[in-house]
Design a protein around this ligand. Structure first.
Ligand SMILES: *Cc1c(COP(=O)(O)O)cnc(C)c1O
Length: 359
């Protein structure tokens, strides 16, 4: 059976090596006589997996002891609420940048908690772009500045992070571990696993431990970072199988050469695709050139009819998941870490053929 080229935005393609390794260990995990899925989350088999997953993330991001690596549930969407519940004090506000669909969801939760200050809003810009450093208008005494490092739907990415005198908080769901970055300006980073890290059901949270201390006694136990830091993410039963796959994926990234190697490959993959888009007037990118995402490449064809045809014919040729998000239409190629470079070449060839036949 041939695997298709899976351009889905999330859940997304995983490294084939990882899937095969998991398959080989699925029924009898390392001679334990049971699947890891059936094993106690407090047993030695699972403990080794958990510790390696934490160690891999710590090593890849070069984290100091000031940070805790947590594996939570509820998706990045739960973090939209958990972040302000834990980090914003009574009467305080937090700054948010509005960069599009995902930023808006984070903002909506901060608004429910009545602590949202919009520091910059670029969400209405066409072509889509990120807010600029010089557009930031920060509130006095703000708890943090929230950014969405990569807008998965808009196809835009912060290339350099804003420099501010308060902790940065980032939703990195769709570009975590795709490039190196300095964690020190960040108080907290979170990511649903299903784009760059593993299967859905696990949410990676990296938090500067001191920020978890001031949490109000009114925040329920499961919703406090402090609970999960103290219990090493084992306060309740964690999503053990998802964390196992995340461990294999982070091990795979290390074997490939770490985040510098990932970034080099990702930049090259995206550049090939953007070059194909820019080569003719038949295709047009939707993102401002300087903010183009290396993870989600969004573009349009001359008409919606041609887009529908393009997506259908690509699908018939083994290229799946190219339909743009239902809110914006068009075409979106999601090309995370695990998406193979040869798959980009295949899509570029297909684009040329399609234009020759329909242009
Ligand atoms: C997919 C995505 C989310 C939502 O993640 P869930 O784990 O489904 O809650 C949030 N933010 C960004 C940037 C995403 O790409």
């Amino acid at each position: 059976m041939a695997r298709v080229l899976n351009f889905s935005a999330g859940p997304a393609t995983l490294p084939e090596e990882v899937l095969k390794e998991a398959q080989s260990e699925l029924v009898d995990y390392k001679g334990s006589g049971m699947s890891l899925m059936e094993a106690s989350h407090r047993g030695k088999e699972y403990d080794a997996v958990h510790q390696e997953a934490v160690a891999n993330v710590t090593e890849l991001l070069n984290l100091s002891d000031d940070y805790a690596v947590l594996f939570l549930q509820g998706g990045a969407s739960s973090q939209f609420a958990m972040v302000p519940m834990n980090l914003v004090k009574e009467g305080q506000v937090a700054d948010y940048t509005n960069s599009g669909s995902w930023a808006k969801k984070a903002i909506a939760e901060a608004k429910i908690l009545e602590c949202c200050h919009i520091a910059a809003d670029a969400s209405g810009e066409k072509p889509a772009r990120m807010p600029r450093q010089d557009e930031l208008d920060l509130a006095a005494g703000s708890a943090y500045l929230h950014i969405t490092s990569n807008e998965t739907i808009g196809g835009i990415q912060w290339k350099t992070f804003p420099k501010v005198d308060l902790p940065l908080v980032a939703d990195m769901s769709s570009d975590i571990l795709s490039r190196p970055f300095d964690m020190n300006p960040f108080g907290l980073v979170y990511a649903g696993a299903q784009k760059n890290l593993g299967p859905s059901g696990v949410t990676l949270v990296i938090i500067r431990k001191d920020l978890a201390e001031g949490v109000s006694g009114k925040v329920p136990t499961m919703l406090r970072y402090k609970t999960h830091i103290e219990a090493d993410s084992l306060y309740n039963t964690p999503p053990t199988f998802g964390i196992y796959i995340l461990m294999l994926v982070t091990r795979w990234i290390k074997v490939k050469g770490g985040l510098n190697a990932m970034a080099e490959i990702n930049v090259r993959k995206a550049a090939k695709l953007y070059a194909a888009i820019d080569a003719t007037d038949f295709f047009s990118g939707t993102a401002a050139v300087e903010d183009r995402s290396d993870m989600n490449v969004t573009f349009r064809l001359p008409s919606e009819e041609l887009e529908t045809k393009f997506i259908a014919e690509a699908g018939a040729n083994g290229m799946k998941g190219l339909k743009g998000h239902r809110s914006v239409g068009g075409v979106r190629a999601s090309i995370y870490n695990a998406f193979p470079e040869e798959g980009i070449d295949t899509l570029v060839e297909f684009m040329k053929t399609f234009e020759a036949e329909n242009g």
